[in-house]
Write a protein that binds this ligand. Structure first.
Ligand code: PDD
Length: 281
């Protein structure tokens, strides 16, 4: 367990860090969040996360202003206090506390919650592993580009995966892949790297954005286009990306092995390039 959390403007012991029962985050999932990877003490892709956070706040009309340098100071202090060298920062901004009514008041004051957790990442090297996945219907709402804590459909699919001893569930909508329950999905076919376009049907992953920058240095051809369940199963290689999993190879989807159940060369290369870019900024 971490030692400390940060709520609004105070560091508190993790055990005693609480919000009120009428917080709208709790009652309505009226709340946005970010998960930021910390690798060797570095905050990975911080600017992209804060840009997306500002956008989520704007889309939901949650009036919360923050300053990057102040937040960075809080993050670093928390990492220190919690001895987090490798792990994640979890940040949530709820709309705030008010008597329970669907409509919110103009003057409601948002709550800021931040803490860190230690985590061992799946990085290229001798322990680099690929994972099994399942497919599941995408049951979510129509604004998946906003990073809200409204995650029940993701939770249902992720726990179905857990039950099947799989790492992630790949979500399908009308026979096409959108993304994972907490990751973006990529396929490689004949040197084409294909991933769903960043529209309202998926979350525009920060890791996804970094990978797009990296592949400019390779001979891969990027195709931002939705792909079918069949294309997924027929792919040469498949991987997922997220701040919690970096680039993680997918070796099996339901009963179908991908690349004979082995980590593919292109996925490995991309994972190496991405990890390197995280280390060197
Ligand atoms: N999830 N798609 C969904 C639905 C996600 O929840 C996430 C991240 C991603 C990948 O985004 P990024 O590369 O910015 O982490 C895609 C975080 C890690 C989570 O909820 O824990």
């Amino acid at each position: 367990m971490p030692n400390f959390a940060y709520i609004n403007n105070k560091f508190l012991s993790f055990k005693n860090a609480k919000v009120h029962i009428e917080d709208r985050g709790l009652q309505f999932a009226d709340s946005v969040y970010e998960v930021i990877a910390v690798l060797h003490g570095n905050l990975i892709d911080l600017d992209f996360h804060l840009k997306r956070l500002r956008n989520s706040l704007k889309e939901l009309d949650i009036k919360y202003k923050f300053n990057k340098n102040e937040l960075k100071k809080i993050f670093n202090k928390l990492l220190n206090k919690n001895n987090t060298f490798n792990g994640i920062i979890y940040l949530q901004i709820t709309r705030g506390v008010q008597y329970r009514e669907h409509k919110y008041e103009d003057k409601i004051k948002p709550n800021l919650i931040i803490y860190s957790r230690n985590k061992k990442f799946n990085l290229p090297g001798k322990d680099f592993k690929g994972v099994n996945t399942i497919t599941h219907e995408d049951l979510r709402w129509k604004r998946r580009d906003i990073k809200t804590v409204n995650l029940l459909p993701n939770i249902i699919a992720a726990n179905k995966a857990k039950k099947m001893k799989a790492y992630e569930a790949i979500l399908l909508q009308n026979g096409k892949v959108t993304e994972g329950t907490s990751s973006n999905i990529w396929i490689i076919k004949n040197n084409n790297l294909i991933t769903h376009p960043a529209n309202t049907d998926i979350l525009k992953g920060v890791t996804r954005t970094s990978i797009l920058n990296i592949i400019k240095k390779t001979s891969l051809k990027l195709v931002e286009k939705s792909f079918t369940h069949k294309q997924l199963l027929d792919a040469d290689e498949v991987f997922l990306s997220s701040s919690g999993s970096f680039i993680t190879p997918i070796l099996k989807i339901d009963k179908k092995k991908i690349n004979n159940g082995k980590i593919g060369n292109i996925t490995l290369k991309l994972a190496e390039m991405y990890t390197k870019s995280c280390m060197h900024g």
